[in-house]
Design a protein around this ligand. Structure first.
Ligand SMILES: Cc1cc2nc3c(=O)[nH]c(=O)nc-3n(C[C@H](O)[C@H](O)[C@H](O)COP(=O)(O)O)c2cc1C
Length: 162
């Protein structure tokens, strides 16, 4: 089974976290979404997508183009997992919405998304990344809780089986 970490990062936070994730999944390939060709995307069985949230609840810029490419491919039968970076104190009503937007795009295609996590321990009001009191992936906050990122990544990667 081939695993990839694909990320988009405007100021480097998501890239920093993607590299930490890569250390925990050294068999995976780790690439920025704006570097990818269709043939590169299709070769993987397990795909982890990492986006930050920009504007008020939008996907990171590089993802806006990447999702059009991804959704044009047949990715049925693949396993997806999501991680999202946000700032729960400055943007408590749109915390990690970018991750939520990704989830709904994949889910509308009927593609399999795994790696949901508990919202316990976070401090925000609303998020499109929450369904039935769970995040649709791993939510991380390098702006306010960088000290929790390593332990959150440890628990999540152990649960993923990628
Ligand atoms: C202008 C601006 C808008 C943002 N909007 C949101 C938002 O709506 N929701 C959120 O959770 N975080 C938001 N953030 C926080 C970023 O997602 C966060 O800083 C993230 O770590 C950036 O990661 P990157 O450097 O990989 O792009 C915003 C940050 C800025 C500067």
């Amino acid at each position: 089974m081939k695993t990839a970490i694909f990320y988009g990062s405007s100021l480097g936070n998501t890239q920093f976290v993607a590299e930490k994730l890569h250390q925990r999944l050294p068999h995976a390939d780790c690439l920025q979404v704006n570097e990818l060709m269709p043939s590169q995307i299709e070769q993987y069985d397990n795909i982890i997508l990492g986006t930050s949230t920009w504007g008020v609840g939008n996907l990171q810029d590089d993802f806006e183009l990447f999702v059009d490419l991804l959704l044009s491919l047949d990715m049925s039968g693949k396993n997806f997992a999501l991680f999202g970076l946000g700032d729960q104190h400055t943007y408590p009503d749109t915390f990690c919405n970018g991750m939520g937007k990704l989830y709904y795009l994949l889910n509308d295609k009927g593609w399999h998304v795994t790696g949901f996590t508990s919202i316990d321990g976070y401090d925000f009001s609303e998020s499109e990344a929450v369904i039935d009191d769970q995040f649709v992936g791993l939510a991380l906050d390098e702006d306010n809780e960088p000290d929790l990122t390593d332990s959150r990544l440890d628990g999540w990667t152990a649960s993923l089986n990628f």
